[in-house]
Design a protein around this ligand. Sequence first.
Ligand SMILES: [Zn+2]
Length: 394
Amino acid sequence: MRKGVNHTDVKNTNRGIILQLIASGRDYSRAAIASKIHLSKMTVTNIVNELIEERYVCESQIEENTNIGRNPVQLDIAPDAPKVIGIYLSRDAVHCILTEITGKILYHQFTSLCEETANSLTQKIIKLIQDAASVTTDTILGIGVSSIGPLDAEKGVILKPTNFFHISDYSIKAILEDCFQMPVFVNNDMNASALAEKLFGMCMDTKNFVYLGISNGIGSGIISDGKLFQNKSGFVGEIGHMGIYYDGALCSCGRRGCLEAYINMPVILEKLRLASNNPALTCSDFVTVAKQESCHAVFQDMAEKLSYAIINACNMMDPQIIILGHEGYYLPDSYIEYIQQEVNAKILAASHKYISIRKSSFAMKTPIIGSACCLLNEFFAGNFFTSNHPKSSR
Ligand SMILES: [Zn+2]
């Protein structure tokens, strides 16, 4: 059954939509917002005036133009608007950021993980959040968490990640809400990265796209019709376990022939280290070693297998853009062009459309910025609103 909508929901939704536009940094005036979202100028003006009163929004400098009269007043996020804390939990470190509502990072700290228990992990996360909160006197909207999966995003529980100190069923949402008494929203790092691209990256105007992250495994975050495509199980977008050989190599999931069994990043690094005779080779050496014939073969094989899986994914999901991220960001441009050509020659819709294959907007920072986006996506959707009291009443 669909839920009814009350007056507060409508108001929060409109506030969220307007704040998202202003936070996108694309110089919106009240009139431009009204035109973009099909609300009356009066409604937009009333909401914007409230947001100015709440110090979420400020008017940027008015430029006089004597020829055409006064330019419309552009709106910005106010300098003392509420801030957001983001936690990115990877297998070997916890990153913590403090950001503007615009996604701009004001502070970034991280701590390494080694032989952790659930309790020691909690202590590290809490310390990072306390340190980040101490650098601002502004209101904090809440905490967004981007984490390795699988996880239950609705309950905010990290289920049972592989190679993660045997920590399982870790209720990070409940732990942080209890400790900090503010909203906490959790998602896996692929979905969080897709949200970063949607809110502040190259896909602000793209309704259908896939963020495909290549790391220890291969996963994806899918934006369909402008919204994150997910369900409660936490197992959506597992492109790494798409079969590319009916009877191929054994995968960590127990099946044979999964994409991930061939081209996860540790496997690629191992092959390249052998091919280049450089045991210390890292992802940042990719562009240099791609010029060597022996390494070219490794990259070419990777690009062919990746293309095959992406074509399958495109035929299923019909995206406009595929974004390669996590360590996939380091794949040399010539192979990304090869994948783009292969995909566009072989997808079912080849004669109707062209799919761009791009590298993520924020390089290795995408899942980190994505942490704050897990919170901001809910805020912009109007799912909660936090009052930012006028300074005089503080
Ligand atoms: Zn598998």
